[in-house]
Design a protein around this ligand. Structure first.
Ligand SMILES: [Zn+2]
Length: 114
């Protein structure tokens, strides 16, 4: 096995406060990564999943207004990720990575893209 870790594979070692509202991951060694280019491991699993898209609360059919984990208010411009396992991930500034099965307003989102 190649021991070199792909630096775009991030996991719980990257804290959510290291992610800014533009979706940039600020690693401790000064490297910046695009969160949308990263891969994440869902809790309890061992395989990385890809980010399908990054968006903000206003594109959700039933927006989360509070973090499901710590109950802090979610800023409207905070990025939320849709992963290719159909789960949503919210990098809460106040606690941790929150994986949530939410409906996504794809119709509205597509309309806004056009
Ligand atoms: Zn939280």
């Amino acid at each position: 096995m190649d021991k070199k870790i792909d630096e775009n594979n991030i996991d719980a070692r990257v804290k959510t406060y290291q992610i800014d509202n533009d979706g940039i991951v600020h690693l401790k060694n000064g490297i910046k990564l695009e969160l949308s280019q990263c891969k994440l491991i869902p809790p309890g699993e061992h395989k990385y999943v890809n980010v399908v898209m990054m968006f903000s609360l206003e594109n959700m059919m039933n927006p989360l207004t509070k973090c499901p984990n710590c109950n802090s208010t979610i800023p409207w411009d905070r990025p939320i990720l849709l992963m290719d396992n159909n789960q949503f991930v919210y990098p809460c500034e106040d606690c941790t990575w929150v994986w949530d099965p939410q409906t996504f307003n794809m119709v509205k989102f597509r309309r806004e893209l056009q």
